[in-house]
Design a protein around this ligand. Structure first.
Ligand code: HPA
Ligand SMILES: [Zn+2]
Length: 336
């Protein structure tokens, strides 16, 4: 069966650091890791909540020191995700996590951007970059970093908001989003992963986001669901992530089929694939196994991903045509 062509819209590039690459980069940079080997590291990927994951995610970033490290990490993701069927990727990175370790913006942003600049030629994937701000650090710091990114004309198309959610409502970042929007950047934010539906409302009303990352807890607020359906606000859902971080008990309990049935504009994404048990194809496979999603549901999810991407109308039409070709491909009949 040919892979389902889709866009990946919720992906933290630092969350694509596989254990093998962590060890390779550590050796290259003369860093001693606190793990015996890759299996010992992978054994620690048993998370109890978002924070337990973030602790390891930030610790492992320490192996990223040079521009080449960031480029190699990004290329490894692009190579793997091309095999998953991804045709377009909007990739988030966390500049503050690197600045806090003494890594210059030019190094981290330049390294990721270098890989993205040739992604179409190298892997057949169009790409763009999103700078995400850490909500558990001061908004003033995010604003300063945003101004630095704008001053250096960093090749970003938008901003995001991630890291520990509960206790850090979107409203704290109103000014950051106002500045970003005025600069012509797209506005995206994590909301409703662990945080309450009120955070989703704040992201819509105060940050005026173009797209929401996760948003699954919107289901606890019927009026909010109706608004998200009416406005077709894109929700980038990450099923395996939600299971690993215990936002849902098991994949069978995941609300994605219910969200689709309600007419919400949901897409399937991998979030931090090296940590959560798989890339976007693994997420689709797991969903098929758990819910028996058929060709039409899968094609809707893929079409939603292209509808929710920040791409030209021409590119969107071409990618949606690929979904229709996949839908009618004889091999696809075996999917359900
Ligand atoms: O899954 C996530 N949630 C919030 N912040 C993050 N930063 C990296 N991954 C995540
Ligand atoms: Zn995320």
């Amino acid at each position: 069966m040919p892979s389902l062509p889709c866009a990946e819209l919720h992906l933290h590039i630092e969350g694509t650091l596989e254990p093998e690459l962590i060890f390779t980069l550590a050796a290259r940079n003369g860093i001693r890791l606190p793990y015996a080997d890759t299996a010992d590291l992978a054994d620690r990927y048993a998370f109890t909540d978002l924070q337990s994951f973030l602790d390891l995610y930030y610790a492992n970033m320490d192996v990223l020191r040079t521009e080449a490290d960031f480029t190699d990490m990004t290329r490894a993701y692009l190579r793997r995700t091309a095999a998953a069927g991804v045709r377009h990727a909007e990739i988030m990175m966390d500049p503050q996590a690197h600045l806090a370790r003494g890594i210059a913006l030019e190094t981290c942003v330049g390294g990721v951007a270098a890989a993205l600049s040739t992604s179409e030629a190298d892997y057949g994937i169009s790409t763009s970059l999103i700078a995400a701000f850490l909500r558990d650090r001061p908004a003033a710091e995010a604003l300063a970093v945003l101004r630095d990114l704008l001053a250096m004309e960093a090749p970003i198309i938008g901003i995001g908001l991630d890291s520990a959610e509960v206790g850090y409502p979107p409203s704290l970042f109103a000014e950051v989003y106002d500045v970003a929007r005025a600069a012509g950047l797209k506005c995206i934010a994590h909301a409703g992963e662990e945080g309450p539906p009120g955070y989703v409302r704040e992201a819509l009303d105060i940050l005026r986001v173009d797209r929401l990352d996760h948003g699954i807890r919107c289901l606890e607020d019927e009026a909010l669901v109706q608004r998200l359906v009416a406005d077709q606000v894109p929700l980038t859902v990450c099923p395996l992530s939600n299971v690993r971080l215990r936002a849902v008990a098991t994949l069978r309990d995941h609300p994605l089929p219910a969200m689709l049935a309600r007419g919400l504009n949901v897409s399937v994404n991998s979030d931090d694939p090296a940590y959560f048990g798989g890339y976007v194809d693994d997420n689709f496979s797991a969903l098929r196994q758990s819910f028996g999603l058929g060709v039409d549901d899968l094609a809707t999810l893929a079409a939603n991903s292209f509808r929710s991407a920040f791409i030209s109308g021409e590119r969107r039409a071409a990618l949606l045509a690929e979904v229709e070709a996949w839908r009618s491909a004889p091999g696809a009949a075996g999917v359900a």
